[in-house]
Design a protein around this ligand. Structure first.
Ligand SMILES: Nc1ncnc2c1ncn2[C@@H]1O[C@H](COP(=O)(O)OP(=O)(O)OP(=O)(O)O)[C@@H](O)[C@H]1O
Ligand SMILES: O=C(O)c1ccc[n+]([C@@H]2O[C@H](COP(=O)([O-])O)[C@@H](O)[C@H]2O)c1
Length: 237
């Protein structure tokens, strides 16, 4: 459609484990982007971080990817991509992951070129994140300046505002982000909740229920593999 930009949303993170909140980010983003009439979201990609990221308590990418794949089984547009966590031999900066996926799209298009009308535009990868990830841009020495610049100016960011954060103020106060504010979509999640992977891990370690917070298939996987300090309940043995 003329004037409508095709978008692929890429979410990077630990996904340790993936929660309903992570999946919800994609749905909220797609609805809001479509409502603008300017974008068509064609795909969502979840890219769990490499084990070398070294965050405390980070489970192996094997398990994190398996759970994310189970969680996306019922989606017809969100998928898990393991290039970052399994093909790479070390942690990759987020800009490298974005570049990889943009290249993939462009290579695929070249392969299909004869079947595609030349004026048809190629889909653009955008970083999908929560406000906490955007706000981590201000943590000293965490992100390289040139990476932040490339992420926001070349790819663009779709940020879902998490309760208690003030993403608009954060963009205003950052020279880099406000210069490129046309490349940043801030989307309000009105039906917000406080599900976080940290709280899920904590509940599991305490033997508390996480039903309705993460998909049932993942609860089953976690229990079956004894992850996060959970154990198989006696009656289910
Ligand atoms: N409740 C939430 N609202 C909005 N965005 C969220 C929320 N929870 C996570 N995200 C976003 O999901 C993406 C991946 O999250 P990630 O797994 O790294 O963090 P997390 O769920 O906060 O995990 P942890 O609790 O282990 O730090 C990030 O962009 C993060 O900002
Ligand atoms: O590219 C960077 O410099 C960079 C710096 C800090 C974090 N990231 C990415 O941001 C994500 C943060 O995940 P988490 O679980 O620490 O919130 C993860 O995918 C990291 O690879 C990326």
């Amino acid at each position: 459609m003329p004037g409508v930009t095709k978008i692929i949303l890429l979410a990077c993170g630990s996904f340790n484990p993936i929660t309903n909140m992570h999946l919800r980010l994609f749905e909220v983003a797609r609805d809001a982007l479509h409502a603008t009439g300017r974008y068509s979201v064609t795909e969502g990609i979840i890219s769990p971080v490499h084990d070398d990221y070294g965050k405390k308590g980070l489970l192996s990418s094997y398990h994190r990817n398996s759970m994310a794949k189970l969680a996306t089984e019922t989606s017809d547009w969100i998928r898990v991509d393991t290039w970052e966590s399994e093909i790479q031999t070390k942690w990759s900066p987020t800009v490298t992951v974005l570049r990889h996926h943009q290249n993939q799209i462009e290579c695929k298009r070249r392969r299909l070129d004869s079947n595609i009308r030349s004026e048809e535009e190629v889909a653009q990868i955008k970083l999908l994140c929560g406000a906490d990830l955007l706000e981590s841009f201000s943590v000293p020495d965490l992100w390289k300046e040139e990476d932040k610049e490339e992420i926001v100016s070349k790819f663009g960011i779709v940020c879902i505002t998490r309760s208690g954060s003030d993403a608009a103020k954060f963009v205003y106060e950052s020279d880099l982000l406000s210069t490129h504010s046309s490349k940043i979509e801030l989307i309000n999640e009105w039906i917000y909740n406080e599900i976080s992977a940290t709280k899920i891990r904590r509940a599991l370690a305490r033997g508390q229920s996480v039903k309705y917070l993460i998909p049932d298939a993942i609860i089953k996987y976690i229990k079956a593999n004894g992850l996060y300090g959970s154990s198989v309940p006696v009656m289910n043995k």
